[in-house]
Design a protein around this ligand. Sequence first.
Ligand code: ATP
Ligand code: MG
Length: 371
Amino acid sequence: MIRAYAQEKAELHKFELLNQDYVSQNIRLAKLSALFMPLLQGLISVSFLMVLLAGGYQLLEHRISLGSFVMFNTYMGMLVWPMIAIGWVVNLTQRGKASWERIMELMREEPAIFAGKSKESRELQGEVRFEGVEVKYPAGLALKRVDLEIAAGETVAIVGHTGSGKSTLVSLIPRLIDPTRGRVLLDGVDLRELDQQWVRRQIGFVPQETFLFSATLADNIAWGMEGATEADISRAADLAGLSPDIASFPAGFQTMIGERGLTLSGGQKQRVAIARAILRDPRILILDDALSSVDTLTEESILTGLAGVMRGRTTILISHRVSTVQNAGRIFVIEHGEVAEQGTHDQLIASGGYYADLYQKQLLEEELEAI
Ligand SMILES: Nc1ncnc2c1ncn2[C@@H]1O[C@H](COP(=O)(O)OP(=O)(O)OP(=O)(O)O)[C@@H](O)[C@H]1O
Ligand SMILES: [Mg+2]
């Protein structure tokens, strides 16, 4: 971003300002501690001087003995270092306390979403139901009373304007957020009562923004799946349409990607994320706009591959492209946080709403491209 917008100078200047602030604070600290030692030494010398003066005077007046005077002086000399040490320790504890408070602030942080109580061992069927679900963000309602039923094994698609609430809707399923009102049920049980780890292990979630680790390609695909074999990884990559790309990489599956290695293209990143989700062999697969950066041909082959693996499993596809969603069993159109239309491709075309519009526009685009 900095290079593309030619902001090197401005960013350097900001960095410079921060550094200057840091330097001046440190100089202040150095000045203070430079003042401290001489002050302490001076104070000690002055106290000795005072004792010498007052004691010497009393000695000359014969009010105290020479022994008492020497004894007093010796005791005072012995006390100097322990006093300095106490000051030092108090200083240390105060600094420690300041850091301790900051650390404890982090340690005391509680997750907003608590794991449900029951431990599950059975297999998830994959039926998802939304009942009067409402999600409220600080900026306003993202979902308003959504009622949806997705049968186990069904493939559904979600379309809608940007910002209509599609991502919000699917992030409720792996319980990345909780609804403000209403409930989300998996196999008829409220998500809040289910063991969160168990639920998440059975969901393959490809978020809109893919995240890859700075590790090898194989590690990225097998992330979170310790026992994955090479054959599993290569099968998942194959289904995600990644194999031709991998063949062209210098070290194949062992190619380092991310900050410390090769930079993947947008479409390659998306397909790595899809491979990661497939490898988990999930009961529910959610693709949030996960094919947006691949061309329509690659998309078709990935969808065909996915249809094979996901047979009998629940699949939820979000897209802005009719080509991605048209073969889904049911298509939901979300508008302003509500389900505005639903039905099959043909039903929605016939009813002439948002979906039919989208279809007409994309048909036109394709025709124009063909010219
Ligand atoms: N974490 C959040 N905090 C606050 N507001 C949010 C958050 N996530 C989403 N929103 C808001 O909720 C609304 C719905 O967002 P959402 O991401 O669900 O839209 P979307 O349908 O997925 O859009 P797109 O097609 O662009 O991906 C938007 O107005 C957005 O600004
Ligand atoms: Mg989204």
